[in-house]
Design a protein around this ligand. Structure first.
Ligand code: GAR
Length: 209
């Protein structure tokens, strides 16, 4: 049984999609905790209602990024995670933090990386006249939005699209993509070779712990 810790900053709809998939498909994994850097994050209510342990490590209470990341790491590690899932966690992470979770931290980003890293991805795609847009799940590395890509989902950009309509179309796909990618990790089907993700077919026999 693997432990998953999910980090959120707000709405938490991707966290919710992962929690629901884990329950519905009886993953050999438990959502050990949902942790937010914002006390008011809506997603915390969903997690609490589901009986999932929650914690808040408020970045506002720390003078430096390094101090915040150290406190966050300590809180995460109390739940002995096999995997840390960033689900709308809107913080830039320090290199030591990222290194600590190397190969066991995933992020979802609302663009077809390497296109449109950072913020404002949907408007960026519209401004660039893109005909296609989407979302990417990747392993987290020290360079923002640049880690090895696990999976992507594509949507068309339609005439008349606004940031709202486009982001809503992408979000529907995110909610399928993230559970799919997390499940591949849980089933030990992801390996990183020369900076690229290989998806292994057929899960190794499950061991219980
Ligand atoms: C999602 O669209 C996610 O891809 C994006 O924030 C949204 C969070 O929504 N993440 C980033 O932009 C990370 N750079 P949610 O809280 O409902 O999951």
């Amino acid at each position: 049984m693997k432990n998953i810790v999910i980090l959120i900053s707000g709405r938490g709809s991707n966290m919710e999609a992962v929690v629901r998939a884990a329950e519905m498909d009886a993953w050999p994994a438990r959502i050990a905790a949902v942790i937010s850097n914002k006390p008011e994050a809506k997603g915390l209510e969903f997690a609490q209602a589901r009986g999932i342990p929650t914690a808040v490590v408020a970045n506002k209470q720390y003078a430096t990024r390094a101090e915040f990341d150290a406190a966050l790491q300590e809180t995460i590690d109390r739940f002995a995670p096999d995997l840390v899932v960033l689900a709308g966690f809107m913080r830039i992470l320090t290199a030591p933090f990222v290194e600590h979770y190397a190969g066991r931290m995933l992020n979802i980003h609302p663009s077809l990386l390497p296109l449109f890293p950072g913020l404002g991805t949907h408007q960026g795609a519209l401004d660039a006249g893109a005909t296609e847009h989407g979302a990417t799940v990747h392993f987290v590395t020290a360079e923002l939005d640049h880690g090895p890509i696990v999976a992507q989902a594509r949507v068309p950009v339609l005439p008349g699209d606004t940031e709202d309509t486009l982001s809503a179309r992408v979000l529907v796909e995110e909610h399928k993509l993230y559970p799919h990618a997390v499940r591949l990790f849980i089933e030990d089907r992801l390996s990183i070779e020369h900076g690229e993700v290989r998806i292994l077919h057929g899960a190794p026999a499950e061991t219980t712990s």
